[in-house]
Every structure is written in structure tokens, then in C-alpha cells.
Design a binder for this molecule. Structure first.
Ligand code: 5AD
Ligand code: FES
Length: 346
């Protein structure tokens, strides 16, 4: 029965919530291999063997929010805070450009110092210096007008993981000041404004169930994001969730395959978190249907400070080293890193 559901998902790109739940509850190595084979075939049809790279610039770890899972949450006094200057950020982009990056992702905590004006100025500078590059922002929740101003300044894409599509679950992962409804409002505004929009969630987050995951899949099916970031939850020692178990590589890659079947042209990263819980996690992600990797371009001196979770990969290597390492890893599974913006193919 489960294989028949996979066949139907492959053909129709849609299932009911109950059917998604069934697929999640009945995950096995055999079923995952079956889904992965179909997912990789679909990815090949759309993207061939190309894997897109995104240069991640972690612009600061100061955050007003207090998500229970996240190492840079406001109430973590052990977090050594930093904020990159505009000059530092531009230098990261310059180095990235030389290495072949044509997308820069500026990610950071929700920090009022990165105001709409500051962000817009940054975006304009990067777009002026590198007109052939895409700029992706990942700076959390803003009012619609702010997202509009950043888009008008030239930002192409925005990543804002929904974290979970289940409101009650969302409220177990975040303190009362944070609102599920506002998160969803942000995602709809971003899409409406015209951003290539990314949502996503952690796999194995505390209190997650087959039901909440099924809701995530249904949400993604209906929302039709351009990108979707998923990676295992990994406990961070200074957070309230320090004692919860990490998500698994097996479940993460299985969900990557299901997402590829739901939306064949989805831009799906094999995340650093996946590579962190398992040395060959990113390769396994690619073999399950992922087609994006996001190496770190942040200055070496701040890498360790952007500690969302424990044990993060590549906090000690130069961007050039990561590219070399990743090129080999990507080649080992029959794919190839390309120098391109890597927009979604319609
Ligand atoms: N483990 C895994 N992923 C995490 N994130 C935040 N904290 C953790 C953690 N402990 C993810 C969230 C966030 C993204 C930037 O990183 O999903 O949206
Ligand atoms: Fe950074 Fe392998 S990707 S060292």
C-alpha cells in the first residue's frame, strides 16, 4: 500500500494528510529507497546532474527572539554575540564571487540594527557590484512594507522556515511572544510581493509527530514555495531543548524524497545540519533528491559564534576548502556543482 501511495505521489504530486501520515508512519529502508529512486529521476528530469551552491553569509547572531531550540536565542548568555560590518559582508561576497558563487544568502538573527534601511543599502551595494548574482535574505519576520522595500532594493529570494505547519506544535517550540499566524502572514506576503520564497522545518524537533509532519507536507504542497530547507533538529547545549534527541538522517532524507515527489522543481538543500549528524549526510541528501548545497562564506572569526546547534560543520575551514571538499562529495554521487544563480526551473 505504501508503495502505491509513492506511485500516486509521483504521478499526481498530491496526497491527503492521512496518506502523508501513513507514509511517514510506515517508513522503512525499502520504502525510502523506492521513494529516493523516483525522486532522483524527477530531479534529473528538471535539473539534470546540476547542484547549485549558495554562499551563506551569517551577518550577525544578535536576536530578539527566544526560540527554545536555537543557540542564538535572546536568553542564551553563553552566546558570544557579533554583527558583521557592511564592509565585512561585501568582502565575503567578493571572495564568494571569485570562488564561483552567484547567489549570496544573508542570514542572521532578528536584530533591529539590521533595519530595513540598512538591509536595503546592503542589497543595493551587492546587486550593483555583482549584477549577475541573486541575493537571498534570511533575516526573519518583518512587516509587509519592509519586505516590499527590500524587494524593491533588489533582493530576489527570501528564506523563512515555517518551522511547523501545526499551530499547537509551533507554540511548543516558541515562547508566547512569537506567533504562528504572523509567521504564515510573512510567508504569504513574501510570495505575494514576488520573492522566490523558501519555507522549511526541522526533522525530529521536540513534540513533532507523524501528524504534524503530514501537515508540513500538505502545507508545502499547497503553498508551492520555490525553496524548502529541511534538516535534522540538533540539540544545542545552552537551550531549553538541550536534552531532546536529535532528528535522524534516515527520516530527513526520506522526507527530502517525498518533497521532491510533491514538487519536482523544488530547490532542496542538503543542509549543513544533515552533514553534521552524519559525515556523509549531505551526500545521502543528494541521493534522496536534494539539489542545493549552502557552503559558509562567513569570516572564520565568527563561524563558531553562529551556533544554532552543537557540532556544526565547517566552522574551521576557509570557503575555498569547503568548495573543494563539497565538489568531491557532490561528484561522488554523480552530480556536479555549477556556477549559476540557480533559479527555479519552471
Ligand atoms: N537544530 C537544527 N536546526 C536548527 N535551527 C535552529 N536551531 C536549530 C537546531 N537546534 C534551524 C531553524 C531555523 C534555521 C535557520 O535553523 O529551522 O529556521
Ligand atoms: Fe566545508 Fe567539507 S564542506 S569542509
Amino acid at each position: 500500500k505504501a508503495k502505491q501511495l509513492i506511485d500516486r505521489l509521483e504521478a499526481q504530486h498530491s496526497l491527503s494528510i492521512e496518506e502523508y501520515e501513513y507514509l511517514i508512519e510506515n517508513q522503512s529502508d525499502e520504502l525510502a529507497a523506492y521513494a529516493a529512486e523516483k525522486a532522483v529521476a524527477l530531479r534529473k528530469q528538471v535539473y539534470g546532474t546540476d547542484v547549485y551552491i549558495r554562499g551563506l553569509i551569517e551577518i550577525g547572531n544578535i536576536c530578539r527572539n527566544d526560540c527554545y531550540y536555537c543557540g542564538i536565542r535572546r536568553s542564551n548568555p553563553a552566546c558570544d554575540r557579533y554583527r558583521l560590518t557592511e564592509a565585512q559582508i561585501l568582502d565575503c561576497a567578493r571572495e564568494g564571487y571569485t570562488l564561483g558563487f552567484r547567489t549570496f544568502v544573508m542570514q542572521g538573527g532578528e536584530d533591529s540594527a539590521f533595519s530595513v534601511d540598512v538591509v536595503c543599502h546592503l542589497v543595493r551595494q551587492i546587486k550593483a557590484e555583482f549584477p549577475d548574482c541573486a541575493v537571498t535574505l534570511s533575516l526573519g519576520e518583518f512587516p509587509r512594507e519592509a519586505y516590499q522595500a527590500m524587494f524593491d532594493a533588489g533582493a530576489d529570494r527570501y528564506l523563512l522556515r515555517h518551522e511547523t505547519a501545526d499551530k499547537a506544535h509551533y507554540e511548543k517550540l516558541h515562547p508566547a511572544q512569537m506567533s504562528f499566524d504572523n509567521r504564515m502572514r510573512c510567508l504569504r506576503d513574501l510570495k505575494d510581493i514576488g520573492y522566490q520564497t523558501g519555507c522549511g522545518f526541522m526533522v525530529g524537533s521536540p513534540y513533532q509527530t507523524a501528524q504534524t509532519l503530514a501537515e508540513d507536507l500538505k502545507f508545502i504542497e499547497e503553498f508551492r514555495p520555490e525553496m524548502c530547507g529541511i534538516g535534522p533538529f540538533i540539540p544545542q547545549k545552552d537551550t531549553p531543548f538541550r536534552d531532546f534527541p536529535a532528528g535522524t538522517c534516515e527520516q530527513t532524507v526520506y522526507l527530502l524524497s517525498l518533497l521532491r515527489l510533491i514538487q519536482p522543481n523544488l530547490l532542496l538543500p542538503a543542509t549543513t545540519a544533515l552533514g553534521t549528524i552524519r559525515p556523509d549526510g549531505r551526500e545521502r541528501g543528494l541521493q534522496a533528491g536534494a539539489n542545493v548545497v549552502m557552503p559558509n562564506l562567513s569570516p572564520l572569526g565568527v563561524r563558531k559564534k553562529y551556533a544554532l546547534y552543537d557540532g556544526k560543520l565547517c566552522t574551521g575551514e576557509e570557503a575555498a576548502q569547503c568548495i573543494g571538499c563539497l565538489s568531491r562529495r557532490v561528484a561522488s554521487v554523480g552530480c556536479r556543482i555549477v556556477t549559476a544563480r540557480g533559479d527555479i526551473i519552471r
